[in-house]
Design a protein around this ligand. Structure first.
Ligand SMILES: *Cc1c(COP(=O)(O)O)cnc(C)c1O
Length: 388
């Protein structure tokens, strides 16, 4: 069911200018010789690929990565013809003709996908572009070393390999031994393709230094404001704000219970507000034990369990007249980043963004308000400290 959003209970604000700023910062980090793409799979991590991809194009991005062929076909009309759209999860069975007709570039992850693409090229009577993925140690997608041994020129007939790629399993942990291991394996295996350009880095991979940049980078999360360096200050600009409206407030007595399961009992008379957002909108149930929301910088604890369509929060001693029906309460914003909300939910920022529901009023900001100068300075400093 598709809803109108004139009376939405919560507002999701997406700052396209911040996404572009993040893109330019990452492109600057890898330098002009490396193609910096943008990963817009899962509807641009929940933020809307149809809006985000053209904004990235405007910032100079020409390589767009999605997971599914259907995502690529959906995005194609929203980007100019010189944008390439790549399907990371590979060529689905029976999808060759749709893929070729729309000029989509599949990542070929197995010998079967290679054979299908080569057959499709022969049938079409033209050369078709593709990316070949090698498994360098994640054991998820890509050709294994043994399958690489079975590759021959005949098998690649009709295929123009534009890039040889692999994916890092532990890039967010800078000193993890897997990074050097995967890089060495990737180097050795990708060398078999001679001078064909190579790609290894996701967002965090870019921050592992120039050795990981190769010829093309594939950042996703960092574009959307998720911290790619995990344990260090976030060098990216925040992109998302999420605020929910108060539906109703009430006063309860010491000893009263709140929410499903009567999980929560107040020890003193309390004032509560019920907000129009719940787990159906992507708020994890785990937040019910540890989470808070913010009003003008003051933390309001979530009282009791997260319901499907609402949460209840403790207003503490905040003035009643400021916090009536319709007042907006921050869930993601200046006082709680996506990463902080994720950690309170026992998950990662990626899952928070891709869980965001479609009942929100969505506002896309563009040439919008600049963040405070001091914020910018802090991020600039964090970025300088990370520049290899
Ligand atoms: C999702 C994905 C990316 C982007 O990863 P981030 O951590 O979001 O930057 C890059 N490459 C592949 C193969 C992916 O699946």
């Amino acid at each position: 069911m598709r809803l109108g959003h004139r009376h939405a209970g919560a507002t999701l604000t997406i700052d396209l200018a911040a996404i572009r700023w993040n893109y330019r910062r990452l492109a600057e980090m890898v330098g002009p010789k490396v193609r910096c793409g943008g990963v817009v799979k899962a509807d641009a991590y929940g933020l809307g690929a149809r809006q985000v991809a053209p904004a990235l194009y405007g910032a100079g991005c020409r390589d767009f990565y999605v997971a599914h062929l259907d995502e690529a076909l959906d995005l194609r009309p929203h980007l100019p013809p010189d944008a390439s759209i790549v399907v990371l999860n590979g060529l689905p069975r029976g999808g060759e003709d749709d893929c070729a007709d729309a000029g989509i570039v599949p990542v070929l992850n197995s010998l079967a996908q290679l054979d299908d693409w080569s057959a499709c090229a022969r049938k079409a009577g033209r050369v078709l572009g593709a990316i070949v993925q090698i498994d360098s140690g994640m054991s998820r997608l890509g050709l294994s070393p043994r399958e690489l041994d079975e590759l021959s020129h005949a098998r690649l007939r009709g295929i123009d390999i534009r890039l040889v790629m692999s994916h890092l399993a532990c890039a967010d942990v800078a000193d993890h031994a897997a990074n050097a291991y995967q890089r060495a394996r990737f180097c050795a295996l990708a060398d078999r393709f001679g001078g064909i350009p190579k790609s290894l880095a996701n967002s965090s991979g870019i921050f592992l230094g120039p050795d990981f940049h190769y010829d093309a980078a594939r950042p996703g999360a960092a574009l959307y404001g998720i911290n790619p360096t995990s344990s260090r200050p976030n060098p990216m600009r925040p992109v998302v704000r999420l605020a929910a409206a108060i539906v109703q407030t009430r006063e309860i007595e010491a000893g009263d219970h709140v929410g499903y399961g009567w999980d929560f009992r107040v020890e003193r008379p309390s004032r509560l507000a019920t907000l129009s957002i719940g787990y159906a909108d992507g708020l994890h149930r785990a937040l019910g034990r540890a989470g808070a929301v913010y009003f003008e910088g003051r933390a309001l604890a979530i009282a009791g369990r997260v319901s499907m369509d609402s949460i209840t929060v403790d207003l503490g001693d905040l003035p009643a007249e400021r916090l009536g029906r319709g007042a907006e309460i921050e869930l993601i914003g200046p006082h709680q980043s996506v990463d902080e909300l994720a950690s309170a939910s026992g998950t990662i920022g990626y899952e928070i963004l891709t869980s965001l529901g479609d009942r929100f009023r969505r506002i896309y900001r563009d040439a919008a308000d600049r963040p405070q100068d001091s914020d910018l300075q802090k991020r600039d400093d964090a970025m300088k400290a990370l520049m290899p």
